[in-house]
Write a protein that binds this ligand. Structure first.
Ligand code: FDA
Length: 478
């Protein structure tokens, strides 16, 4: 099948579908080519043993205004995460401590260090523009030191370091704090408004969508109708300054278009064959962005037993296999669901175990927070995105040490008629659905601007040709 469109979009995640919707409503013809047999990419709401789980992204925070607008437009409603009662923090010796308020129970010295470091990070974050962190006057210095090294330069309090690192390393970038830079950490926090916002579960994990967040891509795709093609991995893009030809679905679909948007995570850009090859620095860039690793664990119980015990369900510890977990019961549900996360090197270790041993270790870690009842879920599931061929990790990509200052600006530049973008290159909402929507909107606007600039230059050119021919006629008459 040969299709002809103004814009071909590769990837039916929230980024690609937002771009397609915006371009379509501006009057352009589009087609979205999706490798999987479903839309949504890293958003996937599905049933496991009759239980509805958010296998991918799920939470919405109050600063994510692009996502909130989209939810409104699509008529989707939200509800608050359950958070009544006491939280639990497990200290290095394995003791569970109940607490309320902002800071977990630790010695007075550690608490003071935590407050000092959070204030220091908030000050640095306030100076960072998430749209161009590389433009900060000290960007190179911040990009050449690992987040862990920098924390070790600020304090010798090991518990403070472990906890400050946790909220960027384990909880967000899902990479060890020695493997990414201070600048990358500051970008992560700046994209959410401040470091304080990142550590505030009530802010960053505020709301969920009734029925699941995958409804966003599902509803966007529904209105695009037949212009979304599933089960169609894009294999190659032939391109020149005038347009592209994309081959997908083992050659069954060929699309000729004026522009292409590659709305897939950066770690998958190189899976597509570009003819001619992309410029050398672009090829280098692709090798400096990688996906983090996190296993999202879902455990549903016959009742939310922790609530009866006075617990909110919010728990965390840098010393536990499951470094954070929450009450994740669905809207209106009588059973109780917990969601927990195992990141980076802890996840490496788990993925080497058998499924049975993995489950046992994870449930034991949940029991360290919630007590022995956590060992007996009625439904249990691990979302393992690392083994998903069309993602290969979670939640998103980040740069290696020094990569942001070297290649950060380049990742936003088009190559001829091809634009690359996903939530992984967002400023506000970086690594989140909100960021994907913003990137989708930006790429659509850039294409529309490009088209109107070309139309304007064509009309100026034709006016000046007309003028020249009038003048030469007048000359001939004289
Ligand atoms: P995404 O990866 O979703 O879409 C890319 C699409 O391209 C995919 O559908 C893929 O199949 C397709 N594709 C790839 N290669 C292709 C090819 N060659 N040809 C055709 N198609 C191709 N966010 C948030 O806001 N709140 C949250 O709570 C969470 N939590 C969370 C948990 C987990 C476990 C994950 C994995 C992720 C999150 N996130 C999140 C992140 C959020 O889900 C993510 O940022 C966005 O969904 C990314 O959307 P994109 O469209 O940018 O990429």
């Amino acid at each position: 099948m040969r299709l002809n469109r103004d814009v071909v979009i590769i990837g039916a995640g929230v980024t690609g579908l937002t771009a397609a919707t915006q371009l379509r409503s501006a009057g352009l013809s589009v087609v979205v080519i999706e490798a999987r047999d479903r839309v949504g990419g890293r958003l996937w709401t599905d049933h496991v043993d009759g239980q509805l789980f958010e296998l991918g992204g799920q939470w919405v925070s109050p600063d994510q205004t692009a996502l909130l607008e989209t939810l409104d437009e699509l008529g989707l409603s939200t509800y608050s995460r359950y958070r009544e009662g006491e939280n639990v923090y497990v200290s290095a010796d394995g003791t569970a401590h109940r607490y309320t308020g902002d800071i977990f129970p630790a010695s007075a010295e550690t608490q003071a260090e935590l407050e000092r470091l959070i204030a220091l990070l908030d000050t640095l974050v306030a100076e960072i523009d998430p749209a161009e962190p590389w433009a900060h006057p000290r960007a190179a210095e911040f990009d050449h030191v690992s987040f862990r090294q920098w924390l070790e330069q600020q304090t010798s309090d090991a518990e403070a370091i472990a906890n400050i690192a946790l909220f960027v390393a384990d909880a967000m970038l899902t990479k060890p704090a020695h493997s990414f830079s201070l600048l990358q950490a500051l970008l992560m926090a700046a994209s959410a408004g401040s470091y304080s916002n990142l550590v505030d579960a009530d802010f960053i994990l505020d709301k969920r969508v009734v029925g699941g967040l995958q409804q966003v891509p599902l509803l966007l795709a529904e209105s695009l109708g037949e212009d979304v093609r599933l089960g169609a991995p894009a294999a190659s893009i032939h391109w020149n300054d005038n347009g592209v030809t994309v081959s997908a679905a083992d050659g069954e679909i060929t699309v000729d278009a004026r522009y292409a948007i590659v709305a897939v995570p950066p770690n998958l850009h190189s899976r597509i064959n570009y003819v001619p090859a992309l410029p050398p620095l672009r090829q280098q860039l692709q090798q400096h962005q990688s996906l983090g690793l996190v296993i999202k664990v879902h455990a549903t119980y016959t009742t939310p037993f922790w609530r009866a015990d006075g617990l909110s369900g919010t728990v965390f510890s840098p010393f536990q296999l499951v470094h954070e977990a929450y009450d994740n019961s669905n809207f209106g549900e009588e059973r109780g669901t917990l969601v927990g996360f195992v990141s980076d090197e802890k996840a490496d270790a788990l993925l080497r175990l058998s499924a049975e041993d993995r489950k046992q270790r994870i449930l034991e870690s949940l029991a360290a927070y919630y007590g022995p009842q956590a060992l007996e879920p009625a439904v249990y599931y691990e979302s393992d995105w690392a083994s998903d061929y069309w993602t290969q990790g979670a939640y998103a990509t980040s740069f290696d040490l020094g990569g942001l200052t070297r290649y950060g600006a380049l990742q936003l530049e088009p190559v001829g008629p091809i634009r690359f973008g996903s939530s992984d290159v967002a400023a506000e909402g970086y690594q989140h659905v909100d960021g994907g929507i913003r990137v989708g909107r930006r790429m659509a606007e850039e294409i529309l601007d490009d088209i109107s600039a070309s139309a304007q230059s064509a009309s100026t050119q034709s006016a000046s040709t007309q003028n020249a021919s009038i003048q030469s006629n007048e000359g001939a008459q004289a």
